[in-house]
Design a protein around this ligand. Structure first.
Ligand SMILES: [Zn+2]
Ligand SMILES: [Zn+2]
Length: 248
């Protein structure tokens, strides 16, 4: 019973981390599809730090490079170039390889220079993850905290990887780009599984573009907007021009 509780706790933390990833790192910071109120943005920054250890400017740089070189030489995590298994199971290795390149971060995330908060706190990933783990221990005790942390870490890494691997391999392609839509994956990743839609309209805060497509991340954004804590940049969906290299 305690193990089951720890597994549920780990999966719930993973979903919160995926929500922070799509809402804050992806839609707000990388694409400026929405802006968050300063309080919500800072809360997201803290929660990303303690639940993932990700440095936002590095994530943004890697992701913008993915959009600049989608599935061609220069893409940080293309299943076409690296092989499906490499991206699905070792995405974090590919991510770190590019995230560590300072010139890439400078070029692609010049709007997010490190500030005093980063230097003192948020650049110290192990400190953030240690605080997150200590919170697990407070709630669950040592042994079950280890179970919950393992479940969270593995599911978060695999689901993020699936967006890059499955989301560029199998699924529907309603728009002329190489990425794919998988509604089942969108349910597991707060909407990110609608990846073909995202490559078609990268500045759209909503990833569901057709009837019967569901984007749980958008439901959260719509709620934040009603509360006055978020502002969506484009009310109309703006389709990007398909790249010459995109699949038909
Ligand atoms: Zn993609
Ligand atoms: Zn994107």
């Amino acid at each position: 019973m305690r193990v089951l509780l720890a597994v549920v706790f780990g999966l719930a933390t993973c979903q919160i981390a995926l929500l922070l990833t799509t809402l804050y790192l992806h839609r707000a910071l990388s694409h400026r599809a929405l802006s968050l109120s300063p309080g919500v943005a800072f809360a997201c920054r803290v929660l990303v730090w303690i639940s993932t250890g990700v440095r936002p400017r590095q994530w943004v740089a890697v992701h913008r490079k993915h959009h600049a070189f989608t599935d061609v030489e220069g893409d940080p995590h293309s299943p076409l170039l690296e092989g499906f298994s490499m991206v699905q199971f070792l995405n974090f290795v590919l991510y770190r390889r590019v995230a560590r390149q300072e010139e890439v971060v400078r070029k692609y995330a010049r709007d997010l220079p490190a500030d005093a908060w980063d230097r003192r706190l948020f650049d110290h990933a192990l400190l953030g993850l240690g605080i997150g783990f200590a919170l697990f221990v407070l709630v669950l005790g040592w042994e079950m905290a280890l179970v919950a942390a393992a479940v969270h870490a593995v599911s978060y890494l695999l689901l993020n990887a699936a967006i890059n691997a499955i989301g560029h391999s199998w699924g529907r392609r309603p728009y002329p780009n190489i990425a794919t839509n998988n509604q089942w994956l969108a349910f597991l990743t707060m909407g990110e599984g609608l990846h073909n839609n995202h490559h078609a309209a990268p500045t759209s805060a909503r990833l569901s573009l057709a009837r019967r497509e569901l984007d749980p991340g958008w439901w959260v954004i719509a709620t934040l907007q009603r509360l006055g804590w978020a502002k969506v940049r484009h009310t109309e969906v703006k389709l990007a021009r398909p790249k010459a290299s995109a699949a038909a």
